[in-house]
Design a protein around this ligand. Structure first.
Ligand code: GLC
Length: 494
């Protein structure tokens, strides 16, 4: 054989080996992506089982004997009265729950002109404040409040306050609210186990006493969970509203329960209904109810979080974790050179480098492949068309799983309401950035609720600013019940 022929033959053999290698490798990769996506898919059968387990945990939470060990705590909120349309006046609503603190001035008009107007401002809460001391955190909230009032020329005119405090709290009556534990990345010291209304009022006193000469120390502040605010806010417009759900930084649900079923209330119950804050984010914490569907990525997220072992359900769903799950999956695929040619940029490499807004951006149908490519380039990632398709599949799988898990939860709660009331029609008020801003979440969630809910007829009502507006309404109801004046006092500034 001539030299050239030998060389050509060798070259062919090399090309053949490389090809074999590439194709078996990409086969392995496709299999790996596929198996990851399969792992994230939850069948309707499994969703029904999860829903039944949640339903069972809800009963354990309501029962005095088992409430301590129950995963779903079913916390009584002492909110029994819903607005009846006669509430009126001006209220301040404070809303703390994620990375922002919102202050709202809410004006409620009763009667035929029935109307609610709001003027609001958002203040950022830095990581340092989330993880510093409680005094620093509450002093900062009051600094923001001072700024808000100052800008509106309302200093020293503290109105009744509705405080949406979106963490698990134990209510000892409507005016005493103890933080059970922090969630969503907060760890501020000296707050767990303390009365939130008192911490707020103490901080207000520290700031206002020196500035306002005739400052009245008694500020009426009602603390509510964001789910409760959302339910009350929607209930103001739609009488069938009996549930309030949040899917934002965290996720949670509240609903109206018969007081006689809330055993922890003891004999004080009056025979009516009371709103129960389920804190469903903690489903899966003790018994491993979610262990069959948790992935290595969920486990890693939990282990690296400030509250390992807690709020397991929430960590599979909410906005605080969605981007991070996607990032961990990309990292895994990168380590196999299965996406972005194995090159991970800083945004992929570092903890919390991708946000839920990133997931929303990838899934937004308005964004063409070219637009996504340049967005990724901005994050330091060079993406081929094939990479973008893979990324869309990953984001879609994570979002679908989150929406379907929420749907399983809603069906569990809706079945409980049906048992109590015998009514098949119910409306659920919903708020939260994932529900409102993610391009596919709401649709996926609605469709799955309808697949799973059988004969129940569940309507969805999105609630813009629900938690703040609702907190003001809860405060308004309290003022009505206790004859507290809600008119703006004459200005007596400094
Ligand atoms: C977390 C909090 C809960 C809140 C939810 C939504 O799960 O524990 O109280 O309602 O986030 O903000």
């Amino acid at each position: 054989m001539c030299l050239v022929c030998i060389k050509l033959r060798r070259l062919n053999i090399i090309i053949y080996v490389v090809r074999r290698h590439i194709s078996s490798d990409s086969y392995k990769h496709i299999k790996m992506l596929k198996s990851l996506l399969n792992r994230l898919y939850i069948s309707d059968d499994v969703l029904h089982k999860l829903s039944d387990t949640m339903r069972h945990e809800m009963d354990r939470g309501l029962s005095a004997k088992t409430t301590e060990e129950a995963e779903i705590k079913m916390l009584p909120t002492y909110v029994t009265g819903t607005p009846n349309g006669t509430e009126e006046g001006e209220f301040l609503a404070l809303d703390l729950g994620g990375t922002n603190f919102r202050i709202l001035l809410v004006k409620i008009v009763a009667g035929e002109e029935k109307e609610i107007t709001m003027d609001s401002q958002i203040y950022h809460i830095s990581k340092e404040l989330m993880n510093g001391t409680g005094t620093q955190l509450f002093d900062h909230l009051v600094e923001c409040l001072w700024d808000f009032l100052l800008k509106r020329g309302m200093m020293c005119q503290l109105l009744p306050i509705g405080f949406t405090f979106s963490f698990p709290t134990k209510h000892l009556g409507i005016d005493k609210t103890i933080l059970i534990r922090w969630t969503k990345g907060y760890t501020a010291s000296g707050v767990e186990g303390e009365d939130i209304g008192k911490l707020l009022n103490d901080a207000i006193n520290r700031k206002f006493k020196i500035r306002c000469l005739n400052f009245d120390l008694k500020i009426m502040s009602t603390v509510v969970n964001d789910t409760v605010g959302t339910m009350i806010s929607c209930g103001y417009d739609d009488n069938d509203t009996c549930m309030g759900m949040i899917v934002g930084t965290g996720t949670n649900m509240c609903y109206m329960e018969k007081q006689e079923n809330i055993e922890v209330l003891g004999k004080n119950e009056t025979g009516g209904e009371m709103c129960v804050n389920t804190e469903w984010g903690a489903f899966g914490d003790n018994s491993g109810s979610l262990k069959d569907i948790r992935t290595q990525f969920d486990i890693e997220i939990d282990e690296k979080s400030p509250n390992p072992g807690e709020h397991i359900f929430e960590k599979m769903i909410s906005g605080m974790y969605m981007g991070e799950i996607v990032r961990l999956i990309i990292l895994k695929l990168c380590s196999n050179r299965e996406i972005f040619d194995g090159i991970a940029s800083d945004s992929v490499l570092f903890h919390s480098g991708l946000s839920t807004a990133f997931v929303s951006h990838i899934l937004n149908p308005k964004n063409s492949t070219d637009m996504l490519r340049s967005h990724l380039a901005g994050l330091g990632v060079i993406a081929e068309d094939e990479d973008i398709q893979k990324l869309i599949k990953i984001c879609d799988a994570i979002s679908t799983r989150a929406a379907h898990l929420c749907a399983a939860g809603v069906v569990a709660v809706a079945k409980k309401i049906k048992e109590n009331r015998g009514d098949l029609n119910m409306t659920i008020g919903i708020d939260g950035s994932v529900y409102r801003k993610h391009p596919t979440f709401a649709k996926l969630f609605h469709a799955k609720v309808h697949d799973l809910c059988g004969e129940l007829k569940i309507a969805f009502k999105e609630s813009m600013d629900g938690s703040g507006r609702g907190a003001a309404l809860v405060a308004a109801v309290e003022c009505r019940l206790h004859n507290i004046s809600t008119k703006t006092p004459e200005s007596d500034d400094e």
